[in-house]
Design a protein around this ligand. Structure first.
Ligand code: F0G
Length: 351
């Protein structure tokens, strides 16, 4: 009887909904804020992980999608469309089912993780693989929503950002104040925009004493904001953030500059190292893109850019099960044993 009600009911007075908005929800949000022991030791700080992979479809996208689909339903839409590197499409497909709508998703051909493709398929989305990258998919999605009866639910839809800002509320509600630093992976830059909006809102209303510095990290092969120019052929193993022309670019710069933060880059090697550390030493299995936040924090610490004693939150944006190939790759094959305790004990190093 005391289940978390989803972000719209929990934060209704801070979201653009009315009594007549139909609430389409899977009870998203209310995700764990997990103290990170090893990261805290390595940085000399108090580090927490905001585990967004615990959302209903396994990523932070559900916070924005409950808003986008509820508003689309309120406006009478029968169909929704999005461009996606995978998580947005999984979320849109699931929430469209709840709303009784048709969903269409545009994904870059060959560049989305299998788990995400499986989600869109099983939820009954109409999927087009586009012969191009995410940026091309977004261009196409905008053209379709401009000219055909279908509502765009990408984060260029402002209500998506409104929903996603609730993660900052949860963090402040839990910690009693804003952290000193908030670290995020950056792809299309919607999420860093949303978190910054949430933190500013709570500070303006006196619920938090201040705001954190916003630290965003892009993958080196897909780092247009760091380079200051569009990346025409973005590349990274972190397919979720393989984006060369982020829609919320200017908002990300504003979040960086207004907060006194930074937007940096991490290599695929650094991402995978953080990915393995999170799983093997913190017990938190995330998808590679999510590990970009932690990779960025570790890199900054190694460069002496993290003063000890600070309170830091890293958002880990998506569940590791989305993209298990990277967990299996390079790991030793499990050995096969007969149903025999002595042999099993020997293989396990117990005997
Ligand atoms: N982490 C994950 C797991 C993501 O799926 C995304 C974006 C990001 C980080 C970056 O967030 O775009 O707000 O800066 N995924 C989008 C998608 C692009 O289509 O699922 P951002």
């Amino acid at each position: 009887t005391h289940q978390w009600r989803g972000i719209i009911e929990e934060y209704r007075d801070r979201l653009p909904v009315s009594d007549t908005t139909p609430v389409v929800t899977l009870r998203e949000g209310g995700t764990p804020l997990v103290p990170a022991q090893v990261l805290s030791e390595r940085t000399g700080c108090e580090v927490h992980l905001k585990v967004e992979g615990a959302n209903p479809t396994g990523s932070f996208k559900d916070r924005g999608m409950t808003m986008a689909i509820s508003k689309a339903k309120e406006e009478g839409a029968k169909a929704v469309i999005c461009a996606s590197t995978g998580n947005t499409s999984a979320s849109a497909a699931a929430y469209a089912v709840r709303a009784g709508m048709v969903s269409a998703v545009l994904v870059p051909q060959g560049k989305i993780a299998l788990g995400k493709m499986g989600q869109a398929l099983v939820h009954g989305a109409k999927i087009l693989q586009v012969d191009g990258n995410f940026d091309d998919c977004l261009t196409l999605a905008r053209a379709l929503s401009d000219n055909y009866p279908v509502a765009l639910v990408n984060s260029v839809n402002p209500v998506r950002i409104e929903g996603q800002k609730t993660a900052s509320f949860e963090i402040v509600d839990m910690l009693g104040d804003a952290p000193d630093i908030h670290v995020l992976p950056v792809g299309n830059a919607g999420n860093i925009t949303a978190y910054w909006r949430g933190y500013k809102e709570y500070a303006a209303d006196g619920i938090a004493a201040g705001t954190p510095r916003m630290w965003g990290f892009q993958a080196s092969g897909s780092a247009p904001i760091v380079r200051g120019e569009i990346v025409k052929e973005p590349s990274t193993i972190a397919t979720a953030i393989r984006i060369g022309n982020p829609a919320s670019w200017q908002y990300a710069l504003a979040a960086r500059d207004e907060s006194g933060g930074t937007i940096g880059e991490v290599t695929d090697r650094e991402i995978l190292r953080a990915y393995r550390l999170l799983a093997a030493q913190e017990g938190v299995f995330v998808e590679p893109a999510s590990a970009a936040s932690v990779a960025g924090l570790l890199k900054a610490a190694e460069q002496g850019k993290v003063d000890p004693g600070q309170r830091i939150v890293c958002t880990v944006t998506g569940n590791g099960l989305k993209d298990p190939d990277w967990a299996v790759a390079g790991a030793p094959q499990p050995v096969t044993v007969p149903v025999d305790a002595a042999t099993a004990a020997e293989r396990l190093g117990l005997a």
